[in-house]
Each structure stands twice: as structure tokens, then as C-alpha cells.
Design a protein around this ligand. Structure first.
Ligand SMILES: [Zn+2]
Length: 874
């Protein structure tokens, strides 16, 4: 309503505060037409009558009278008025929580991030937004925030979560000398904490503030509330302080509310959107079936604070609490609005809705906010508002937001105001169109898979053993592909002996008829085709096939090969590979990433699956290629993670490359694998001269300075992002390159000319065999010959083992951001129309779309087993 502090009418609406004036609704006569809604803009300060039970008598309305017969049958009577939204939003803030501070006054860069001023800046921003009522300050809103008094939590309350020893320890700090407090703060076992003599008091006040805030919401003294409190709590464990946290505020408040309100507040949802995992909350309620803890946090494979595996997605609770712990662990920093909205739509809200809590508490760190250095993420105030808005749909709107971390004064203030305005009833600001990143989509898919065991509304589910005869979609797709490739090109299966390579490769290898008698051979190793998902309701995450599209970039290559009389062998590398149980699970831990010895091909924790791919490649070479003669030449194509098999085949089998004419690679966000062999020092030069490795513009490679070694081949920057998109984008280029190579077999001078120039240039800057990188695609007109990755080549020449030596790519964030704007996909409907004359089916947009690029295989942080692994580190 009135936003300006001056002008006619303003004084009038100020009068009734702070006690809301309750008047009769202006018009309750039986014949008020619908259109005659009371115009309250001219009569500010009018309040609709609150519903009371004795008013049920005059439950009549002209709108109903005509057709009243039976209308009420089976429906509860409509509620009258807006009893809940009339209530004010609560605010708990007490400046005495600022007393907890570092003893040694530090300044500049040494100031501890958990700075007492954090809560002051939030409060100040709320006041400046006109939402707060305090002496001498005129709020800009009719119903300003209702102040909730903070108080110290009692010992009894703290002991609902913490041990007596822990409580007594914190208490003892109140009496310690400054020297011992400083010593204590430097004690590593305290894990990121500082104390002064008032820390005990402030932390009890913080916990008490959380309690009173939650109690005010549950008891409906306020509509909902925000507690601007510190020190934070979500890292504090049952037995110890940790990560700036002394007592676990939201956990204590949860327990107090359960005790005080019984059935009215039995099931509590805690959503923790602090950028760090709330290890304290998870630990406190791990066995509790009545408290659902959902945390979204940066995890980085356990390398981000608080470190370790506890924050991974496989920690789902235990005992009675199994399934009541949901971790959404981001694999890297850099997550943004699209990722958080996607997580809310696909995981948080479906699960929260199914849980149906009596009360919602947000452990609201604002350190995932844009501008927070500790978090390194990009969540905007508007996004926090949207998340708040979604959670407000739960528990009849009973939601309390309690501050946790967040260390950039600007970011936390703006975010807190956005959340508070939303709590007060203001719609969230619009979010600019934004898509989830590939790594978020990948993470969410895995979280859903894990959580689908515990939640009816979450899909996909593992097939119930035997009863459904469930088949993996990728098997079905491969069968369809095989059929289709037979129909079109008469491709048939090459037999692969099970005892030699994984059974996962059954039916994955197809070859064109009499391929072995052709002049040329084209061997294509590629990842499974992508699925694009269309619309989804969000309440359940079940995916319908009619909204799902199969994207296959390989077909045009097969068609080209077959139509040019090449022998074609098509090798599909499934996303999951069944590995030998004897080499598998033991090293991988119980909660680790796979079951039934199914290992993800792109896994960054083990290369067991990729080793199966290597075996397959050698097997095919030995049995289906080597015995025959292809006088025109042999070309290998490796697309996506499958490129690994190509690189290994060439690197480790000395007799392979002399028979090859060229190698094509397509790398979107997966690591770039080198090709080299210590016994053949000239192999990298050969590779560089005879390869085209297309690398997505979003790959972290392009962000590095320096030069890439020849071992990575001739790297070509692609304007594409998704694998299939890249394959489509460069197909002409590739066909021409292959044709040219095939023609000039044995005579390579002319075509290497310009590259030699580049190389000469590079060598002046770097003693190692540096290559210049050539740019392809036309959007960037600068003839971008910048060099990449200086030390790459020298670092690790002696290593021969599997995965150490890659140019890795966790740059998925940018990939998906960019994807958001690049909507052209190449879609092939899952069910091919029978009259399809062209199998290209490149209808872009289609029913798919949805802005998301599901199924993009991403590799966030590659194999990190030493060697020159290149990662985008923060
Ligand atoms: Zn945090």
C-alpha cells in the first residue's frame, strides 16, 4: 500500500498502530455484488474482522444463495477473512548478541568474517526499508515487523541438544582470562571458533532468540518471523563448538517447540540454505523421524568446509530417521539462482510437501549470496525471496527464518530484506530467465535417485527387484538405435565376448555390413545419447516419456560414413558400467557412489569403469580391425567421456597409431585426455598433426593461460556447448577434414603448413612443444591463437598410469548459463515416425525445451590422482 512516508492519508493509517484496529467489514449485507469490492485504498486502516467461532451463524452469502443446494456437501465451509495474513511478521533482534567478539581487536584483512556487525547491518537495512518500528523511526508499511524479545536460552533448553560437558565448557569461557581465551581460539580442536567473556551470554541469547522466534510463529502470535541472530549455530555439534557456532540455535528451538506444543508441532522441516553443510543439525537429528533436515551446500567431494563425507547425498538418516536427511551437495562453487530454483523445484519442495511439516525453520545462512567470498556462489536476493515464498506454502505458513552464516554485509542485508519482505506478504521480485547448470542437473538427478527410496513423489526409482521387470532406459534406447541403424544403414552387432570385457557392452557395438572389406574405416566411440526433459509439474518428479526427447548426434556421422563407402563401427559407451565385483566395491566404501558394481563411466572417484572401456577398445582393435586391411585409412572418433577409450587405445598399443590416418575428438565438459607413449616420443607430434579435437567454449581449457602440449592434439575451440550440439555444428568441417586426409594419405605437408607457423610462434615463448590453439566457429572473429596451459607438457612425462594426465573441466557452470540462451538443440523424438524420410529429425525446440539440458554428462572435478590435472580452482 502506501509506500511514501508523507502525504494525505498517511497519518490516518499510522494511528491504529501498534494495536490493529478491528472493525466490521464495510459491507456484509446479503446483496453485495461481487464487483463491489470495498475500496480500501481510500480508507487506509480498515481491518477486516477476524474470524471467530460464534460468527458461524451468519454464514451466508448472496453469491451462494442461488445455487446453494448441495454446494457445501463434502466441502468444509470456506474460511472468512484473512485471519493469518492479518497477523504481523515477527522480527527478533537484540544488539547484545554483538557482545561476542574477538578479544584482540583486529583490523583490515584480519577481521574475522563472523563479525558482530553482521546483524547490525541486517537490522539497519530492514529499518531503512521501512519495515521496522522503533522510536524515532517511521515505518513505511502499515504493519511493520512485530518485535520479538530475545532472551537467554536456559541450560535445560540447551541440554535438549547438547551434552552437559559441552554446555559447561561454553559456560566456563565466561570466567576465563583473555590469555586463555586467545589460546582457546587458536586451539585447532575448537575448529574455527573464537571466544571472549561474553560469548557464553551472546550464544545463549542467540539460541533463546531462535526459541522465542519459533514459539511466536508456532503459537500464531505472528504470521511468520525472522531472527537476526548470532553467533550462528548449524555447525555446533552435540558435544562441541565448531565453525563459528557455539550452541545449535535452530536445533534447540526445534526441540523446545516439539516439547511445548506437542502434536501441534510434531513434524518440523529444517531447510538449511547456508552455503556450508549444517553438520550439527544433521548429527543432532540423524535418527529423528520427526525432523526432516534438507541442506543445500557446496560440498566439492568433501573438500569444502566442514569437510568430509557427512555432507554427501548418501547420508540419508539412520534408524527411525532414515530418509529424513536430505543433502544436496554442489560439486563446486559458483552455483546460482537457476541451480537453487531447480533444486527447490525438483527435490526440496516435492519432499517437503510429502513430509507435510507442522512447522518450517530455515537455517538461513546468506553465504551462498552473490558477493560472499567464503561461499563463492551467486544467489541473488530475489532467489532467496522465491525460496522463502515456496516454503511459505508449507505448514500453513508457519515459517521461522533464523540467520546462520553470511559474511558480506551488503549481500546479507539485501538478502535478509528480500526474505523479510516476502514473509510480510510482498511477492518476490521477478527472476531473470535462468537455467540450472549442467552440474546442478547432474547433482539433482543423483539426489533424486538416492531419495526416491524414501519419498513416493520422487522419481526415478530403482526397479523393485524383479517385480516390475524394470529395464534401464539406456538399454531400451540402444535397442531402438540398433534397430534404427539396421533399418537405415544395415548396421549389425559385433559380438563381444563377455569374459573379456564388461557385460555392459553387450549390444553396444554395431558395424556396417562388410565393414572389413572397405577401403576406409570409421570407428566412432561415443557416449549414450542425451535425453532432454520437458515440462514437469514439480510436485512429483516423475518423468513422462512424451515429454522426453532423445538427442543423438552420432547418426549423421554414421550416415556420412556409410554413404561414402566407409566401413563404420559404432561403439556406444553406457553411462554406467558393470565392473567385476572382485576389483570393484571394496575400495570404494559403503556409502560410495555405486551399487551392484555399477560404476559411473565419468566418475571422478574411480577409473574402474573407464578401464572397462579401454579393454573394450583394445579388444575391438585386436579382433575386428587389426586382422583386416583398410588401405584408404582408419579414422577414430571419440565423443564425450568415450574419448578416453580412444586416447588409451592409441597411447598404449604401439601398433595402433601407425595404422591410423586421423583422430577426431569432441569434448564438452569432460577432461581432455592426452595421447603419448614413452617408447614412441614422436607420437604426440603425430597426434598433433593428425587430429582435430573440438573443445566446447565453456571448457575450462579456454580460461587458462599458457600452451597445451602436443599430447592433447590440435585443439579447436567450438562454439557449441553440448556434445550433440558440437557434433552437429562441426560435422561438415569434420567430413571435409576426413575426406582430405583420406585423399592425401601419406602426404601431409600442405595441410600442416599454417599450423607450423603457429607452432614456431609458440616455441619462442615456451621451450616445450607448445602448440597454438586454433579457433573455430564464427562468432569470435579474432583469430584467437592464444596458447593454453603452459606447464602441461613438462609436468608429468614419466607417468604411465591411467588418469593422471588430463585437462580437466569443472566449468559446467558457465556451460549451462550459456545454454540458457542457446536454445537450439537437435532433437529426435524417441518414437520415430515411420514415414520419416530423413532420420535427421532436427526439429529444434519441439515439445522439449524447458530450458534445461538434462542428461549432459558432466565431470566436475576430474581424477585427482596426482599428475598434471587441470582444474578451475577458486
Ligand atoms: Zn556458512
Amino acid at each position: 500500500m502506501a509506500q511514501t512516508p508523507a502525504g494525505p492519508g498517511v497519518d490516518a493509517f499510522r494511528l491504529p498502530r501498534p494495536v490493529p484496529q478491528v472493525r466490521e467489514p464495510r459491507s456484509t449485507s446479503n446483496d453485495t455484488p461481487m464487483r463491489e469490492t470495498p475500496d480500501i485504498s481510500t480508507e487506509v486502516g480498515i481491518h477486516l474482522k477476524l474470524e471467530t467461532s460464534d460468527e458461524d451463524d451468519d454464514y451466508e452469502d448472496s453469491l451462494l444463495s442461488d445455487s446453494s443446494s448441495g454446494l457445501e456437501d463434502g466441502f468444509p465451509p470456506s474460511k472468512k477473512g484473512l485471519p493469518i495474513s492479518q497477523l504481523r511478521t515477527g522480527l527478533c533482534y537484540d544488539e547484545r548478541m554483538r557482545y561476542h567478539s574477538e578479544i584482540a581487536a583486529t583490523s583490515g584483512e584480519n577481521v574475522h568474517p563472523e563479525d558482530p556487525r553482521r546483524i547490525y547491518y541486517i537490522y539497519k537495512e530492514l529499518r531503512e526499508a521501512g519495515l521496522v518500528e522503533e522510536p524515532g523511526v517511521v515505518p513505511f508499511v502499515e504493519h511493520p515487523l512485530l518485535r520479538i524479545e530475545a532472551r537467554e536460552a536456559t541450560k535445560k533448553e540447551c541440554l535438549l541438544i547438547h551434552t552437559d560437558e559441552h554446555y559447561e565448557f561454553v559456560k566456563s569461557t565466561a570466567e576465563m582470562s583473555d590469555e586463555s581465551l586467545i589460546d582457546l581460539s587458536e586451539d585447532v580442536t575448537m575448529d574455527s571458533i573464537y571466544f571472549n567473556n561474553l560469548s557464553y551470554f551472546s550464544s545463549k541469547l542467540s539460541a533463546g532468540a531462535a526459541i522465542e522466534t519459533c514459539r511466536a510463529v508456532v503459537s500464531r502470535k505472528v504470521k511468520n518471523a525472522i531472527a537476526v541472530i548470532r553467533p550462528p549455530g548449524h555447525h555446533a555439534e552435540v558435544t562441541r563448538t565448531m565453525g563459528f557456532c557455539l550452541f545449535n540455535n535452530v536445533c534447540i528451538a526445534s526441540k523446545v517447540c516439539q516439547e511445548d506444543f506437542g502434536n501441534e508441532c510434531r513434524k518440523i522441516l529444517i531447510v538449511d540454505w547456508d552455503v556450508h553443510h549444517g553438520n550439527g543439525c544433521q548429527g543432532a537429528f540423524y535418527n529423528d523421524p520427526n525432523i526432516l533436515y534438507i541442506s543445500l551446500h557446496v560440498h566439492m567431494d568433501g573438500k569444502f568446509y566442514p569437510s568430509g563425507p557427512e555432507g554427501d547425498m548418501y547420508h540419508c538418516g539412520a534408524g527411525a530417521g532414515l530418509g529424513k536427511n536430505v543433502n544436496i551437495p554442489w560439486p563446486s562453487k559458483g552455483m546460482g539462482d537457476g541451480d537453487y530454483m531447480y533444486a527447490f523445484q525438483m527435490v526440496v519442495m516435492p519432499i517437503a510437501t510429502e513430509f507435510d511439516p507442522d512447522f518450517v525453520i530455515v537455517a538461513s545462512g546468506f553465504d551462498a549470496a552473490a558477493g560472499d567470498e567464503l561461499g563463492g556462489c551467486f544467489v541473488s536476493p530475489a532467489c532467496y525471496a522465491h525460496m522463502t515464498h515456496m516454503l511459505m506454502s508449507l505448514a500453513g505458513g508457519k515459517i521461522a527464518v533464523c540467520l546462520e552464516g553470511g559474511y558480506n554485509f551488503q549481500a546479507i542485508s539485501k538478502s535478509a530484506v528480500a526474505v523479510t519482505r516476502t514473509l510480510m506478504g510482498e511477492p518476490p521480485d521477478r527472476l531473470p530467465a535462468t537455467g540450472a547448470t549442467a552440474s546442478a542437473i547432474d547433482t539433482i538427478a543423483k539426489v533424486r535417485n538416492v531419495q526416491s527410496k524414501y519419498w513416493r513423489s520422487v522419481y526415478p526409482k530403482e526397479p523393485v527387484s524383479g517385480s516390475f521387470e524394470g529395464e534401464r532406459l539406456h538399454d531400451i534406447i540402444r535397442q531402438w538405435q540398433a534397430m534404427h541403424l539396421y533399418d537405415k544403414f544395415k548396421l549389425t552387432q559385433l559380438h563381444v565376448f563377455r569374459d573379456t570385457v564388461s557385460k555392459s557392452f553387450d549390444q553396444q557395438v554395431l558395424a556396417s555390413p562388410n565393414y572389413e572389406a572397405r577401403k576406409y574405416l570409421l570407428m566412432i566411440f561415443h557416449d549414450s545419447p542425451d535425453l532432454l526433459f520437458g515440462s514437469n509439474s514439480g510436485v512429483t518428479t516423475q518423468q513422462k516419456p512424451q515429454d522426453t526427447w532423445l538427442v543423438d548426434g552420432v547418426q549423421s556421422y554414421i550416415r556420412w560414413g556409410v554413404s561414402h563407402n566407409y566401413g563404420v563401427i559404432d561403439i556406444n559407451i553406457p553411462e554406467f558400467i558393470t565392473v567385476d565385483p572382485n576389483t570393484g566395491s571394496s575400495s570404494y566404501g559403503e556409502s560410495g557412489g555405486y551399487e551392484n558394481n555399477n560404476v559411473e563411466y565419468s566418475s571422478n572417484q574411480t577409473d574402474l569403469a573407464r578401464r572397462e572401456g579401454e579393454k573394450l577398445a583394445s579388444y575391438l582393435w585386436e579382433n575386428y580391425v587389426e586382422p583386416y586391411d583398410f588401405p584408404g585409412g582408419i579414422f577414430l572418433i571419440g565423443a564425450g567421456h568415450a574419448f578416453h577409450a580412444v586416447a588409451k587405445l592409441v597411447s598404449e598399443n604401439e601398433n595402433v597409431y601407425p595404422n591410423l590416418t586421423g583422430i577426431i575428438g569432441f569434448i564438452s565438459t569432460n577432461p581432455i585426455r592426452p595421447i603419448y607413449n614413452h617408447n614412441h616420443p614422436w607420437l604426440p607430434q603425430w597426434y598433433k598433426d593428425n587430429s582435430q579435437i573440438f573443445v566446447s567454449r565453456a571448457h575450462s581449457l579456454w580460461k587458462k593461460d599458457g600452451k597445451a602440449s602436443k599430447r592433447y592434439g590440435t585443439l579447436v575451440r567450438s562454439e557449441g556447448l553440448l556434445l550433440n550440439e558440437m557434433m552437429k555444428l562441426h560435422e561438415k568441417e569434420v567430413f571435409e577434414w576426413i575426406a582430405e586426409k583420406a585423399d592425401v594419405e601419406g602426404d601431409e605437408d600442405e595441410e600442416d603448413e599454417d599450423e607450423d607457423d603457429d607452432e614456431a610462434e609458440g616455441k619462442t615463448e615456451d621451450e616445450e612443444d607448445a602448440v597454438a590453439v586454433k579457433t573455430s566457429g564464427d562468432t569470435e572473429s579474432d583469430n584467437d591463437t592464444r596458447n593454453v596451459l603452459g606447464e602441461t607438457a613438462t609436468a608429468n612425462n614419466t607417468r604411465g598410469e591411467s588418469d593422471g594426465d588430463t585437462i580437466d573441466d569443472p566449468a559446467e557452470t558457465e556451460t549451462a548459463r550459456a545454454l540458457d540462451s542457446t536454445s537450439h538443440q537437435f532433437l529426435v523424438p524417441v518414437v520415430q515416425s515411420t514415414d520419416g524420410t530423413s532420420d535427421e529429425g532436427a526439429t529444434s525446440g519441439g515439445g522439449g525445451g524447458g530450458g534445461t539440458s538434462a542428461g549432459v554428462a558432466t565431470n566436475t572435478s576430474g581424477p585427482n590422482n596426482g599428475g598434471d590435472v587441470y582444474m578451475t580452482t577458486e
